[in-house]
Ligand binder design. Structure first.
Ligand SMILES: Cc1cc2nc3c(=O)[nH]c(=O)nc-3n(C[C@H](O)[C@H](O)[C@H](O)COP(=O)(O)OP(=O)(O)OC[C@H]3O[C@@H](n4cnc5c(N)ncnc54)[C@H](O)[C@@H]3O)c2cc1C
Ligand code: SF4
Ligand code: SF4
Length: 733
């Protein structure tokens, strides 16, 4: 391993890199890109009964609240208000809610009502997580054993009429949808709720013999297998529950798992497995083969490879329990976007937006479009002429404002501040936690005051009216002939530290006070912040890029790509940081060598200009913002920002971590899915490891979204033991 690979591993590539599962792309209210088509239940990502019931009821509330649904039915509109596809927990909860609102609805079910639950193994224990949660709507889930649960669910929905039909897709028509099966159109409805669950498509092992008659994907009654030699393949809840159930009946049981640790299943299931692997008095014992890959299934035996060695295990019956895939084809046929998948519409949208950002950043950064507005005295340059009548007093607030407003950057930062404020308020309403409230108000204040009002209006006005000491003004904001008479834009450097903002440091002559400020920020204050609270103390609480990502970008966070390749791409920021460090060294050399470095001093402004157009305009502006709505709001922060790259190094020595209560984790992957820094949070949480990936920006989405409240912000010691949990709660009020 060469030194670069070792460094990359130490910094970025050693961390888990699991990907979120592909699911239909669904908004928080259950709606999708197909207007009028909603999704409820397991397809929303959380595989729990209570969440399924809750989302079913809430989706109907979203439909009822939609003004276009409430408006009067037009002639020719479908008779049925809501078609509910899937008569499981979510579908029935939606049906009960629709009935409560007096709506005309139909439930279409391909199997039987509550088929998934009915097919749970006999006497399966039911875990009704989260314990304190009361789902919205009328359907309650409280039983603790399968048979009682089926009775409880059927009892509450006995009078809901269910139409037997295997729906293949839905098709948009005038006023609603046509519901299609293999037999053609079977109904029409104004709105559709898809509550198909994930019981349909079993994952395949893709090995010879998988389709033999003794291979099953589901256990109905363990008593059918008491006398047999059973091999169960898998390492999740279903696999463990199957192995435990058949072993307890007395079957000779082998569990083949390709991983080492059982980190995904519920703790109760792991405990039961452990009892049956260690307790010799238990009714049935389970042989567990870890890191074992199934190669072939033959009558009576299964060929397995463990650590490069082949062996066979007995298998009169084989259960392949390696999970189920959502019915993505149903959604593709219905026109619903799948998370992470691309189509022509998305590609065109991305291309057009990147072109828009190219024009915007060219104009804002003094490029070709900016020159055009200057040359032709177009807006906003012409503002000063337009307002000349009121500018008789050059020191008045209006004069200062109009002068500042004659530059594109004034309008850019005004628009930026408005976006942070408007979407910040929306974020506070959406994510009701003390942490999000305090964090978002802080971001909004820093953006509006320090990154707009102060440099653009307040500071120039104070300066012009001699309300600030002359020495301070001369030291920090040198006099110039244009604008408000001084380089007040340098005040952005009070918040945006080197090397995010290089312009107060890379000057032709050193600006002493700015060098001191930049040094303290980058090499004293930020390291201290990162040591105690992680890189997110700056990226998630102070920086303007973070402010926009956490507000405007809040609903786009699931679009960040995950996986080993993007973890390697995290190293790109190190390259940008290296360029900034080389420029710093050259700049210091130029200053200290004076006339001896004439060539270097001549060359430096050109190099800085290249750096500006490559890093600030192209990478931060065009790529960072151009990709915003397709790859999340943190593309620049994660992959390219040189200050973040420096903080990643600091963060490797930090005490900050996201700590987890492993026993509560149900391995639902929600935390990984919502992480817009691409961190595989689940892989830390379900093993009880503190999450110390330096990419974390403390956004709190994982902590807030976890359905079983596993995660907390905190601090750890060198051995990884938790020393502190943050007081500001990031879980719901
Ligand atoms: C083995 C197992 C054990 C579990 N244990 C627990 C537990 O202990 N605690 C817990 O909280 N959760 C548990 N779960 C998860 C829980 O069962 C689900 O969260 C819940 O059933 C999801 O409800 P749903 O309505 O979204 O989907 P489902 O309950 O799966 O219902 C979907 C329905 O849609 C129907 N359908 C599918 N496709 C079509 C189609 N094209 N046309 C018409 N109908 C269709 C299906 O037949 C099914 O009836 C378990 C799941 C499994 C598989
Ligand atoms: S707080 Fe959680 S979701 Fe946010 S960046 Fe950190 S790990 Fe990712
Ligand atoms: S920690 Fe992550 S995987 Fe575990 S329950 Fe919470 S969201 Fe799901």
């Amino acid at each position: 391993m060469n030194i670069f690979t070792k460094y990359a591993k130490w910094l970025h590539t050693q961390w888990p890199a699991g990907r979120p599962e592909k699911l239909p792309a669904v908004n928080e209210d259950g709606s999708t890109n197909v207007r009028g088509l909603y999704v409820a239940g397991d397809l929303r990502g959380i595989p729990l009964l209570k969440y399924a019931a809750d989302s079913g009821a809430r989706v109907v509330e979203s439909i009822v609240a939609d003004s276009t649904f409430q408006s009067r039915r037009k002639d020719g509109d479908p008779e049925i208000d809501i078609a509910i596809i899937g008569g499981g927990v979510a579908g029935m909860a939606a049906a009960l809610q629709a009935r409560k609102h007096g709506l005309n609805f139909r439930v279409f079910e391909s199997n039987e009502p509550f088929a998934t639950v009915v097919n749970f193994p006999r006497n399966k224990p039911i875990f009704t997580y989260p314990e304190g949660m009361i789902p919205a709507g009328e359907l309650t889930v409280s039983a603790d054993i399968k048979e009682a649960l089926v009775e409880e669910l059927k009892g509450q929905s006995a009078d809901i009429e269910v139409v037997g039909a295997d729906v293949s897709h839905v098709r948009k028509i005038e006023g609603g949808f046509a519901i299609e099966s293999s037999k053609g159109e079977i109904a029409r409805a104004r709105r559709v709720v898809c509550a198909l669950g994930r019981s349909g498509n079993y994952r395949r092992l893709n090995v010879p013999g998988e389709d033999l008659g003794h291979v099953y994907n589901r256990l109905h009654d363990p008593h059918d297998f008491c006398e047999q030699r059973v091999t169960v393949v898998g390492g999740g809840d279903s696999a463990l529950e199957t192995a435990v159930a058949v072993a307890r009946c007395g079957a000779d049981t082998t569990l083949c798992y390709r991983g080492r640790e059982f980190s995904r299943p519920r703790r109760e299931n792991v405990k039961m497995l452990e009892e049956l692997t260690s307790d010799s008095n238990a009714p049935g014992r389970i042989r567990v083969l870890r890191e074992a890959t199934v190669r072939e299934i033959r009558p009576g035996e299964v060929s397995v490879e463990t650590g490069g060695q082949s062996s066979t295990v007995p298998g009169d019956v084989v259960f392949s329990m390696i999970g189920r895939e959502p019915a993505l084809d149903f959604f593709r046929r219905s026109g619903v976007h799948i998370s992470g998948e691309w189509d022509t519409q998305k590609t065109i949208g991305l291309t057009l937006f990147v072109l828009f950002c190219t024009a915007l950043y060219n104009w804002k950064s003094g490029g070709f479009l900016s020159n055009l507005t200057y040359q032709h005295h177009l807006w906003p340059v012409s503002m000063k002429d337009d307002f000349s009548a009121v500018l008789s007093n050059p020191n008045s607030l209006v004069s200062v404002l109009v002068t500042s407003a004659a530059t594109p950057s004034f309008w850019y930062t005004l628009a930026y501040s408005l976006l942070v404020t408007i979407f910040g308020v929306m974020r506070i309403r959406r994510r009701k936690t003390p942490y999000v409230r305090v964090q978002t108000y802080t971001l909004m204040f820093i953006q509006v005051f320090f990154l707009f009002l102060f440099p653009e209006i307040i500071l120039p006005w104070l300066g012009k009216n001699a309300m600030l000491p002359q020495g301070l003004l001369d030291a920090l904001f040198p006099a110039v002939e244009y604008g408000n008479g001084r380089e007040y834009w340098r005040a952005y450097g009070l918040i945006l530290a080197w090397p995010l903002n290089v312009y107060n440091v890379f000057t032709q002559q050193p600006l002493g006070w700015w060098l001191v400020i930049a040094f303290v920020q980058t090499f004293v204050a930020i390291p201290v912040l990162v040591y105690y609270w992680g890189k997110g103390a700056y990226c998630g609480w102070i920086c303007s890029c973070g402010a926009l990502a956490e507000t405007l970008g809040d609903t786009h966070r699931t679009k960040m790509p995950h996986g080993p390749a993007t973890n390697r791409l995290n190293m790109f920021g190190q390259a940008v940081l290296a360029v900034a460090v080389i420029l710093l060294a050259l700049r210091i050399a130029g200053w200290t060598m004076g006339n001896n470095a004439y060539a270097l001093n001549q060359w430096f402004p050109g190099a800085l200009n290249h750096y500006k157009w490559t890093v600030d305009v192209f990478l931060a502006g065009i790529v960072g913002y151009g990709f915003y709505f397709w790859f999340s709001g943190r593309v620049w922060c994660r992959f390219m920002c040189p200050l973040a790259a420096l903080m990643h190094i600091y963060a490797r020595f930090s005490r900050y971590a996201i700590v987890s209560d492993k026993k509560k984790c149900i391995s639902c992957n929600v935390c990984t899915t919502v992480c817009h820094q691409g961190i595989d949070v689940m892989n830390f949480a379900n093993k009880g490891r503190a999450m110390t990936d330096p990419e974390c920006v403390r956004c709190s989405a994982c902590v807030h979204s976890c359905p079983t409240q596993v995660l907390s912000f905190g601090q750890i010691d060198r051995n990884g033991a938790t020393t502190k949990i943050d007081r500001l709660s990031a879980t719901s009020d």
